[in-house]
Ligand binder design. Structure first.
Ligand code: G3P
Length: 214
């Protein structure tokens, strides 16, 4: 499973990409607002830090306007993927962008039906939101089941759309995404940092350091 950074904070992307394990970046309007820069400024910087798919979300909500907005982002760099919300207008925009050979990531996906709509329109990626579906259902495996069901459905019908497991809140979500067969997980910086840690690793390092001193 490939690791994407789910952030628009440039310092976080710089740091995580220096580890050599980041294959792409996803942003959304909330993450852009948090970064303190505009979407275009963020894209301009991120394309120089990560050589992989970089999702930029449209602000428009009508299909024609979404397509026009998408074209302006797609022109910036070959790695730009247009993030489109799961609505009827969004589905129409994805269909159009697919014809134009512009890659898309359909976001805010919470059911197999929505994933089917996105995939049928030609979406390059779908983003099921694990954390938010867990919150809604008050279950800690609803996100896992969602990703697993979508994965099986894509396999059954031979859809080429890839799954980006999103709304990842903790390491368990990352591991559930792997078990469910997501091709990609987009992970916030604070979870990325936790992924290298284990209490027994810390304990083991201490024991070895003490042994070396002796
Ligand atoms: O990639 C989508 C993600 O950023 C949403 O996460 O934590 O706001 O549900 P969250």
């Amino acid at each position: 499973m490939k690791i994407f950074a789910d952030t628009a904070i440039i310092k976080e992307i710089e740091e995580a990409s220096s580890w050599g394990i980041i294959s792409g970046v996803t942003t959304n309007p909330s993450l852009i607002a948090k970064s303190g820069i505009t979407l275009t400024e963020a894209i301009d910087k991120i394309v120089n830090l990560v050589d992989g798919p970089i999702s930029a979300e449209v602000k428009e909500s009508n299909a024609e306007a979404m397509v026009e907005e998408a074209k302006t982002y797609a022109k910036i760099h070959k790695n730009i993927v247009i993030k489109i919300p799961m609505t009827i207008e969004g589905v129409k925009a994805v269909k159009e962008l697919t014809k134009l050979n512009i890659k898309t990531n359909v976001t805010l996906v919470f059911s197999m039906s929505q994933a089917l709509m996105a995939s049928s329109a030609g979406a390059t990626y779908v983003s099921p939101f694990m954390g938010r579906i867990d919150d809604l259902t008050e279950k800690d495996d609803a996100g896992f089941k969602l990703v697993k069901d979508i994965k099986e459905m894509f396999k059954t019908y031979n859809f080429k759309t890839k799954i980006i497991a999103a709304s990842i809140r903790h390491i368990n979500h990352v591991e559930q995404a792997m078990k469910a067969g997501a091709e990609i997980a987009t992970i916030p910086y604070k979870v990325l940092k936790k992924m290298v840690k284990h209490e027994l690793t810390t304990k083991g390092l201490k024991i070895f350091a003490e042994a070396q001193e002796k």
